[in-house]
Design a protein around this ligand. Structure first.
Ligand code: BES
Ligand code: ZN
Ligand code: ZN
Length: 491
């Protein structure tokens, strides 16, 4: 924590975040007088997203004004976005050290501690790059950042958690950005094992013979067409065994060709990110296990490559799941729900009280909600808690109904249910209804469809082109809030 706080030192570049109201009257009085000598600040410098550089003598970048817009519209996400924009602006210049003057923000509607955390989080998220496969070294470096803000216990805690959330998200982005030839199921498992080696997170990888013993019909079937075996990754973190168990489930399809129901080439390109849900679950475990909070949490990732081939799953096949339910395959491209079903059944066998799953599950969800809102379904109390957390972390969700009226769309002639709807509508809802069939009534369940949010097409604010790491911060904060909730209802 030391080193992230501090006063201005000579030679530092200084960032001043500015609300519109504070600059309209000309040069804000609180700005460092020496920096602002002979400088005319245009009033547009306070506009949201405006970045205004001012140069010191010797032509070195000295001061960056970052517009925050109007105070009445300010929230933590605004600060995160401003920090992301500022971070990228200073990356271009090889600066030794950057100093952000949060103390200079006047009469902010946000608490200083919240602002400090949000700034750090947005800064780390917005300056992320994935240059692992570029042969030239990165030409942009993120200079160390110091926060000029009152260093209270609350500020320190907010900044500490913000950094953990950002690092967990960057881990998820790193995994989702990997090309499919570098992240097959066993490589994903190895990455998880390596990452959590010498940490309190216990990692188990269930291989094919164990999947057979556990009756993981969906995962075995989906993984059958690939020469790379499917497997099931289980991460356990228990810092307080008296807590009720919370399970996180993430879809881990390392590439989704659609299988025998092959996708058209125009919609296949980003299916290397069909393990983005799994990646956010891994990122969330990273945050949780470093948070120091008393928790009992398990993360489950069914991982497979969905391929056509001589041994592949065929449309028409009937699978029998561990709970006795039989499923006829209508379309092998609806593979996510098939593997998540095994994980939901397994979560119950472990004794989970609450379970959240996250998946790049349906195009339909993207059609309905676009690329900024994930669909959320499930038990109302869990949906409500997910929405509360969502508003705090700025990862947006919108509730869709588990409409009983559409339950019959999954009817099958010869099995209990079909894996796809017989009616060409409500694809995200019918996928969620399918999953509900595998949720034991003793568990509370919430489902996130993040198909539209796995990657961003443009860099803006704290979001960077490529994998977003969506869900990482949301799930980690949700587990913390659910655990606190159980504590309260226990007391
Ligand atoms: N992984 C895809 C869904 C997806 C598509 C995620 C685009 C992100 C971006 C999923 O496995 C799939 O193919 N779903 C099908 C289901 C259909 C066959 C019932 C879909 O949504 O079209
Ligand atoms: Zn698919
Ligand atoms: Zn898929």
């Amino acid at each position: 924590m030391k080193g992230h706080f501090g006063k201005f030192e000579d030679g530092d570049a200084v960032i001043y975040p500015l609300f519109k109201e504070d600059i309209e009257s000309g040069i804000p009085a609180h700005l460092n007088a020496a920096d602002m000598r002979d400088v005319e600040v245009r009033s547009s410098a306070g506009e949201k997203d405006a970045l205004t550089w001012m140069f010191r003598q010797r032509g070195k970048p000295g001061v960056l004004l970052v517009g925050l817009g109007e105070k009445s519209k300010a929230d933590a996400d605004l600060i995160r976005n401003a920090a992301g924009n500022a971070g990228r602006a200073v990356m271009k210049d090889r600066l030794e050290r950057v100093h952000v003057s949060l103390n200079a923000i006047q009469n902010s509607p946000l608490h200083a501690a919240e602002t400090a955390g949000a700034w750090m989080e947005g800064w780390m998220l917005g300056t992320y790059t994935f240059h692992k496969y570029k042969s030239a070294p990165a030409d942009r470096v993120v200079p160390p950042l110091r926060l000029d803000v009152e260093q209270t216990a609350e500020t320190e805690e907010q900044v500490r958690m913000a950094m953990l959330r950002a690092e967990g998200t960057l881990l998820a982005r790193d995994l989702a950005n990997e090309p499919p030839n570098e992240l097959r199921p066993e490589m994903l498992a190895r990455r998880v094992q390596e990452h959590f080696a010498n940490t309190p997170v216990e990692v188990e990888v269930l291989s094919r013979s164990t999947l057979e013993k556990e009756g993981m019909a969906g995962l075995l079937a989906v993984g059958r067409g690939s020469r790379y075996a499917p497997l099931f990754i289980k991460m356990t973190y228990i810092s307080d065994s008296s807590k009720p168990l919370i399970a996180l489930v993430g879809k881990g399809i390392t590439f989704d060709t659609g299988g025998i129901s092959l996708k058209k080439d125009y919609n296949i390109s980003d299916m290397r990110m069909d393990m983005a849900g799994g990646a956010s679950v891994i990122g969330a475990m990273d945050i949780l296990s470093r948070s120091g909070a008393p928790l009992k949490v398990v993360a489950l990732i069914p991982a497979a490559e969905n391929m056509p081939g001589g041994n592949a799953l065929l449309p028409g096949e009937i699978l029998t799941y561990a709970n006795g339910l039989t499923v006829q395959i209508g379309n092998t491209d609806a593979e996510g729900r098939l593997v998540l079903a095994d994980a939901l059944l397994y979560a119950h066998r472990l004794g989970a009280r609450d379970v959240a799953d996250i998946a790049t599950l349906t195009y339909s969800c993207t059609g309905a909600l676009g690329s900024k809102y994930a669909g959320v379904f499930g038990d109302q109390s869990l949906v409500d808690s997910m929405r509360d957390v969502s508003a705090r972390v700025g990862e947006k969700v919108w509730q869709l109904p588990l409409a009983d009226e559409y339950e019959s769309y999954l009817d099958s002639d010869c099995a209990d249910i079909c894996n796809v709807s017989s009616v060409g509508e409500a694809g995200a809802i019918t996928a969620a209804l399918f999953l509900r069939r595998f949720v034991d009534p003793s568990m509370k369940w919430v489902h996130l469809d993040m198909a539209g949010l796995k990657d961003a097409s443009a860099t803006k604010g704290h979001v960077v082109h490529g994998a977003t790491g969506f869900g990482t911060r949301l799930l980690a904060e949700w587990v913390l809030s659910r655990t606190a909730h159980h504590e309260r209802s226990h007391a």
